[in-house]
Write a protein that binds this ligand. Structure first.
Ligand code: BG6
Length: 482
């Protein structure tokens, strides 16, 4: 988010208005934006879905339930749904002409200037059909601005991402397209740019001369559960690594942009993604969870949830080499998995040790690397781990942390969707993925998808297969956690 620009009156159209994403994330986020005063009364939310039995009144009731699940009190959400929500049915055979007529009628009745946002909260297999239907009904043009939001996954390999980009570009210019990666809406992720580029102290150390290695962990304790229908055959490389983890790596590694605006920031991310060497099978470990104990509860293995033959990976760890002047020789390790020991998202920047180890020869003294930990989950914040002398004799060195917690300093943080939706509504593309960025990330991993990578078992509640430790051991390193 750049600066808080005003949101112009608009119509917010959600395609997939009865889906899980709308229920859990979009409706609560739009509601919170209204409460924060970011949306004037000059907006309406038009939910679009295939459900013929719904009308405005029934959709409001459904939305009201969704807001209740999100912890929003009834007395606040009921009038909001009444004032702002509308519903329109479309189905496979069409209905988009009718949708176009309804949009015009609502705009006329409310006095909206024709600014439209189309949010595709749809499964990827129907993206193309929905886009074609929107365009055929003339909804790719509008009297005001017209923006399109697309959820991940954006393709499932390089070829399909390129095809999807070509399709979207038939009707929409890149400046109208907002590809969402919700990690980019998290405060700490945005703060990475401020942290790096507003503090000369860190930026001067941010290179191969001072940094030994970078580890990015996105660990989840949950399993795949009822998302197995989507997840099986997709796997962690596509679901998490190609997007969320690679975005984090790009933000850590990118060069200083020439300005703090969408095109400068996105250009730098594209540049650094292009300088990463595509990992070889030897740089990658795939895993799949078996039965075990997760946070004190006995859980079944992935193959019981999916199928006995499934070889879909629920864990990936890999090593990336960034071949540019800043990072040559500094390995970036990425790791993500379901049913790991705990929920933890963290970026660990390990600095080189001092060139001369003054204290090494003393008994009981083990100076270690300084580490900057950037934590995104469960608590957003930073810790700088460094060595200091423990009081008293003999001389003993101990690792201590300087810490900063967002919540302690600023209270509870907004959900990433609140941030991202406000950015779409104010036309700020900085935190959205450019077409070339999506393709550059797929270019890195598509060769792996074409290989038959062995999938190792790991017990639920662990930190993944043992082979993941060995990947780092080759560089004489250990994962920072456990
Ligand atoms: C989604 C993935 O993009 O991110 C899910 O599809 C994953 O599999 C989720 O659980 C994790 O998001 P967060 O914000 O909870 O870390």
């Amino acid at each position: 988010m750049m600066v808080a620009a005003a949101v112009e009156p608009h119509l917010f159209v959600i395609l997939g208005a009865t889906g899980d994403l709308t229920r859990r994330k979009l409706l609560p986020a739009v509601y919170r934006l209204t409460q924060q005063g970011a949306l004037s009364t000059g907006f309406r939310l038009l939910g679009v879905a295939r459900d013929r039995d719904l009308d405005d009144a029934l959709y409001r009731r459904w939305a009201h339930e969704a807001l209740r699940e999100a912890g929003i009190p009834d007395q606040e959400s009921e009038p909001w749904c009444e004032d702002f929500l509308l519903y329109q049915c479309v189905d496979d055979g069409g209905g988009f002409e009718e949708l176009a007529r309804r949009i015009e009628a609502v705009e006329e009745e409310v006095g909206l200037p024709g600014n439209r946002l189309f949010y595709l909260a749809l499964p990827p297999r129907v993206f193309a059909t929905a886009l074609e239907a929107l365009a055929a009904a003339g909804l790719d043009r509008s009297p005001g601005w017209c923006r399109l939001v697309i959820e991940k996954p954006f393709g499932d390999d390089l070829g399909s991402a390129e095809a999807l980009n070509r399709l979207v570009h038939r009707w929409f210019d890149e400046s109208q397209i907002y590809r969402i990666d919700h990690y980019l809406g998290k405060e700490t992720v945005q703060n990475l740019l401020v942290f790096r580029f507003a503090n000369a102290m860190f930026e001067s150390l941010w290179n191969r001369n001072h940094i030994d290695n970078v580890q990015i962990t996105v660990a989840e304790s949950i399993g795949v559960g009822d998302r197995v229908g989507y997840y099986d055959g997709v796997g962690a490389l596509r679901d998490m690594v190609q997007n969320h983890l690679t975005q984090l790596a790009a933000l850590v590694a990118m060069e200083v942009p020439s300005a703090y605006d969408a095109s400068s920031v996105r250009n730098e991310k594209i540049k650094v993604l292009r300088s990463i060497r595509a990992p070889e099978p030897a740089d990658v470990v795939f895993g799949q969870y078996t039965a075990g104990s997760s946070e004190g509860v006995e859980v079944v293995g992935y193959r019981t949830e999916a199928s006995a033959e499934s070889r879909t990976e629920t864990f990936v760890s890999l090593k990336l080499a960034i071949e540019n002047w800043r990072w040559q020789g500094v390995p970036f390790f990425l790791r993500t998995g379901k049913r790991l020991e705990k929920r933890l998202t963290e970026i660990a920047i390990t600095f080189r040790r001092p060139p001369v180890s003054l204290f090494e020869s003393m008994d009981g003294v083990r100076p270690d690397h300084d580490v900057l930990l950037i934590t995104l989950q469960p608590d957003e914040g930073f810790s700088l781990l460094f060595d200091l002398k423990r009081p008293g004799e003999p001389l003993t060195i101990e690792k201590k942390a300087l810490t900063f917690s967002y919540e302690e300093a600023f209270g509870a943080l907004s959900d990433a969707y609140v941030t991202l939706l406000l950015d779409v509504l104010t036309g700020d593309q900085t935190l959205f993925v450019h077409a070339e960025e999506a393709e550059a990330a797929w270019r890195l991993y598509t060769p792996l998808l074409e290989r038959n990578i062995h999938v190792f078992d790991y017990p639920a509640g662990s930190w993944g297969p043992r082979e993941s430790e060995q990947l780092l051991a080759l560089d004489g390193l250990l994962w920072r956690t456990p």
